[in-house]
Ligand binder design. Sequence first.
Ligand SMILES: NC(=O)c1ccc[n+]([C@@H]2O[C@H](COP(=O)([O-])OP(=O)(O)OC[C@H]3O[C@@H](n4cnc5c(N)ncnc54)[C@H](OP(=O)(O)O)[C@@H]3O)[C@@H](O)[C@H]2O)c1
Length: 393
Amino acid sequence: MAKVLIIGAGGVGSVVVQKCAQVPEIFSEIVLASRTLKKCERIKKRLDRPIETAQIDADDTRALVSLVREIRPNLIVNVALPYQDLSIMDACLATGVDYLDTANYEPPDEAKFCYKWQWDYHDRFREKGLMALLGCGFDPGVTNIFCAHAAKHLFDEIEYIDIMDCNAGDHGRPFATNFNPEINIREVTQKGKYYQEGKWIETEPLSVHETFDFPQIGPRKMYLMYHEEMESLVKNLPGIKRIRFWMTFSDAYLTHLRVLENVGMTRIDPVDFQGCRIVPLQFLKALLPDPGSLGGGYTGKTCIGCMIEGKKDEKPRRHYIYNICDHEQCYREIGAQAVSYTTGVPAMIGAMMMLTGKWRGKGVFNVEQFDPDPFMEALPHHGLPWTETLLEE
Ligand SMILES: NC(=O)c1ccc[n+]([C@@H]2O[C@H](COP(=O)([O-])OP(=O)(O)OC[C@H]3O[C@@H](n4cnc5c(N)ncnc54)[C@H](OP(=O)(O)O)[C@@H]3O)[C@@H](O)[C@H]2O)c1
């Protein structure tokens, strides 16, 4: 029995709240706080059990500390934006509350994805006897747990990992992003990067691609990108020779993105406009569909998983572990599209792991540092079944 404070009433927040509400024996009290109170109220109306709501600007650490002192939660689940990570971690330290998120901190003025800022909190969390769990969505999150599961059960030695994220869904809009547009476009337009033989190798944005035949979907072109889980996996799976991350994009998405980039609409530096300073990407976000609103009419599936190669009993092996998620099924269940669903469900399960003591530690952790078994067991029970195949010996 625990009280959870969920911060962020967007597409992912709506899933986390509804999924926590389905497990009252653990999440006995739920508080949802976000910048815009009416978004919290809208989510509250979807539930058949009472929750509390609150307005908060999570960038304001002092206001957040007062709210946390008033609510006295056991855990804060941060599904606002990565910009708020450090401010919420500071509030956790000030109030003695555990922390969980799904995306690593990045400074608003620089699209730089790395765990350093948050890993630097390790000693402070450890000294206070608190736990912070980072990157507990799908990717990062479940993809790291698939790797931990492979290291525990399938391989003596893991050599190569390819994380492949395919969204073959159709939301019927000319251009939309499946999670926060600003964060998504910053991620997609940065340089690609992968790890090989002890070195990070940079590539021009979306310049490297391959085609993969995704189960239940078919062949799709996927592009090499940098993604944050590679940084923690390289650290936590010593001996790995190569790790890459791939994501599929439709030609229409890429054409829109190229035009927006070419005209300067994806810039993250402020420009003068009629006497105001505006950030073009933030203005673009205001025009694009809210990711939480894409669910109705969204058809098709996502397939996210890890292709892992290595050795077992000195013989080479290749395993593919993946989840398929159906947009329409997610919408029927909780009014969400599959990208929000596949992020929100693991966040709820991670919270469950922490609150039941199945995953405990003092300090700042990534999910692959814990026993993958209880998490893997919980995934299908909460809507995310997974498949494991042995491709060759
Ligand atoms: N690991 C994964 O697999 C994965 C996948 C997808 C997304 N994510 C992460 O999940 C998070 C949420 O994504 P989303 O698609 O739900 O985004 P979203 O729909 O834009 O929702 C973000 C929510 O956070 C609120 N918020 C923003 N700044 C805030 C602040 N200063 N204080 C309080 N609330 C604030 C927003 O409020 P307003 O509406 O008032 O602005 C909005 O309700 C992002 O960090 C994203 O990177 C992780």
